[in-house]
Design a protein around this ligand. Sequence first.
Ligand SMILES: [Mn+2]
Length: 422
Amino acid sequence: MISEDVIAVENAARTADLAADFDALGAKLARNGIDIDALTERAKGFAVAVPSWGTGTGGTRFARFPGEGEPATIFDKLDDCGVIYQLTQATPTVSLHIPWDKADPSDLSAKAEETGLGFDAINSNTFSDNGDGHSYKFGSLSHVSAATRAQAVEHNLECIEIGRKIGSKALTVWIGDGANFPGQTHIGRQFDRYLAAMKEIYAGLPDDWRIFSEHKIYEPAFYSTVVQDWGTSLLTAQELGDRAMCLVDLGHHAPNVNIEMIVSRLIHAGKLGGFHFNDSKYGDDDLDAGTIEPYRLFLIWNELVDAEAKGLNLSHMIDQSHNVTDPIESLMISAIEIQRAYVQASLVDRTALSGFQDGNDALMASATLRAAFRTDVEPILAMAREQTGGAIDPVATYRSAGYRAKMAETRPKVKGGSGGIV
Ligand SMILES: [Mn+2]
């Protein structure tokens, strides 16, 4: 973890400027009847989970270039997640991936307690072979072979069992099943097999758990994918039952798809369960949240904040691959960007917006949203961090602490070379 002294010294150098910026923003917001302290409390209540695998350097299909001091074990990863939480105060939970993070559950719980973290949704993996016996080369939960499907179901049930022991409350299922050629699979029967397998997993779900169905348009299957869009995901959740929900990964859509509309429709259906945040330019690029289309991120949050009265229970997670940055820095910045969009969306004057919508005043309706988006809420985010023991400037504080260099001294060097998207 980062020494409290380093955080104190780094914060002390920035406290006066922050106070001045906070007061100036507070005065500006007050003119519009907005209480900056209430907004700061909202920022403090924000939480997004960090994916354990995101703490390692990711790769493309072509190569991976690991950095110094990379985490070698799940316990190293939890240390890194602890640092991200310590400095941002926005990431109190970690999402594990089984089998990558498989370890004695009591050891996982002990490490979580040491780092101040909890566990979010568990992610199963039947998109690669894990030495279980039957290969997933031609699919998993939708495979033509009953034995392969049974193995994939069993793996998901094991994920639930591990999750139960460490306090997790949800299972996220994403499968790579599909086809690369027209005619390779029977599209209808393949989906029927998938649904039957998901029903078996659902039957093993504890009463206080939820299961998330995550769709993705393509990759690794390039012609057809079994759970390719939110329609199939919604069908799945509706067939399974009340505790089955849809999870939206921002990178899992065709370019230019209106994701905020999907969010709104899933809220309408009472089936929105969670998000995987990231950003993209072309496909499932897994770039850092808010770096390519920050306005889209804001518009998604606009729908979520608008629907808050409906009592949404959403599981938020970052799902990114960091190929050219220090993953800890990318995850800290990403968490803050997601939090920023949430606070900005909280600034939307919804009464005025409704009036402009009902009066067909397109220009002013659009301007109302953009006025919130243009507001620089950085002082609110920084103040929320400072008041909860985090860093006013997380990246500067992290660099000043020399955490990565220290890890490089004790953690084994990781070999690069092979490809592999994480
Ligand atoms: Mn995802």
